[in-house]
Write a protein that binds this ligand. Structure first.
Ligand code: FES
Ligand code: FE2
Length: 386
């Protein structure tokens, strides 16, 4: 007797995105166009390019982008391609597969010179000189193709379709104003990277973001985390008060193995924020976890439909990080353990999703955070969802 099974509508459960959203290269290419080339996307921290000429070289879903500190001290971004014949301007380190991975940096010597025929650009993007053509050619229209940049809380965001964003008034605030308000007490601009680990995970970027946005899995997957925050496993993580913050166990107030630390809480936090845990999704590619003394940043970089890099930064207050006895290892070791538990289970979800038999899953009421990503993706695909 074969037991009945179907993808019927089940009262009390919502269907997830169809499994092809996690396995289809065609849908991944659509996400590139409609999400990562249209939305404001977080690409790092402004502290990574402190001096004039410093640049970040990024591979954003296959588009090579430069984020540059100008002589005037502001930040500009461009497609990493010469206007002459399309040669890339910054080449990245030969033989390093991560040469364009998140975090690759360098310094231009005051100008950006193409190695092919030496067309040379200002750090602000304008074409400065083209050998033997300077008298004949109007250089005005030949500046580097711009990418829009905005900075919030020390985070760099880029938009690869700046003309369209400007035409429809689509600013960073229109996209992530909710998290700007949510995090207003945290001194994000005064935080610095105390530790960065880049994880390479064989899972679709949405699997990872959805996992970060529900705690239905925490009881089973994260015993150490649930020791520090028992609410993560109570009721399947379904009654978390993220607005006011989630209490730790008695005597604990931060994300370390002991639940304590010798670092001071950030200045400006409310009484609740000094002892509770808060978290917020920053669509489309960041998840922020707020402890009183550090902020954990998951910055998600889709590489292919089934591979994602996660630049995980531990941010600490700039006054703490310069102390002689500053030691981030209590927060780093704790998160690294939790992260590896997450990435391992996400890779199993990815593997399972490729089964011919699995076409759609179900979302429990406790997984409302996971559903917010589904709603975001569905909305951007509009009425013509593939
Ligand atoms: S392609 Fe850059 S100068 Fe020719
Ligand atoms: Fe998790």
């Amino acid at each position: 007797m074969i037991q009945a099974s179907s993808n019927a509508v089940i009262p009390g459960l919502e269907p997830t995105l169809p499994s092809r959203y996690y396995t289809s290269d065609a849908i991944f290419q659509l996400e590139k166009e409609r999400i990562f080339c249209r939305e404001w996307v977080c690409v790092g921290r402004v502290e990574e390019i402190p001096n004039p000429g410093d640049y970040l070289q990024l591979d954003l879903v296959g588009e090579s982008v430069l984020v540059v500190r100008t002589r005037q001290g502001d930040v500009r971004a461009f497609y990493n391609i010469c206007r002459h014949r399309g040669c890339r301007l910054a080449l990245g380190a030969a033989g390093n597969p991560h040469a364009e991975a998140p975090g690759a940096t360098g310094t231009f010597p005051g100008v950006i010179r193409c190695t092919y025929h030496s067309w040379t650009y200002e750090l602000t993007g304008g074409l400065r000189s083209a050998p033997f053509l300077n008298a004949q050619v109007d250089k005005g229209p030949l500046g580097l193709y711009p990418v829009a940049v905005e900075i919030w809380g020390g985070f760099l965001f880029v938009n690869l379709t700046p003309e369209e964003a400007e035409a429809r008034g689509y600013t960073l605030r229109s996209q992530i104003g909710d998290v700007m308000d949510y995090a207003r007490n945290y001194p994000l601009a005064d935080l610095r990277i105390g530790k960065r680990i880049i994880y390479d995970v064989r899972a679709n970027w949405k699997v990872i973001l959805e996992n970060a946005n529900e705690c239905y899995h925490c009881g089973g997957v994260h015993p150490e985390l649930c020791e520090v925050i028992p609410a993560f496993k109570a009721y399947g993580g379904g009654e978390l008060d993220l607005d006011n913050g989630i209490p730790h166990r008695e005597g604990a107030y931060t994300m370390t193995m002991t639940g304590t630390t010798n670092r001071a809480p950030f200045p400006g936090l409310s009484a609740g924020e000094q002892v509770n845990h808060k978290a917020h999704l920053v669509v489309p590619n960041v998840h922020l976890s707020f402890s009183p003394d550090h902020v954990a940043v998951f910055n998600i970089w889709p590489i292919s439909v089934d591979r994602t890099q996660i630049v995980f930064d531990w941010l600490f207050h700039k006054d703490e990080i310069v102390k002689p006895d500053f030691d981030p290892s209590d927060a780093v070791d704790f998160w690294d353990l939790v992260n590896r538990q997450d990435w391992a289970i996400c890779e199993e979800v990815q593997r399972g999703s490729t089964s011919r038999r699995f076409t759609v899953g179900y979302s429990a009421p406790q997984e409302s955070g996971e559903r917010s990503i589904r709603a975001y993706v569905s909305e951007l695909f509009g009425g013509d969802a593939p």
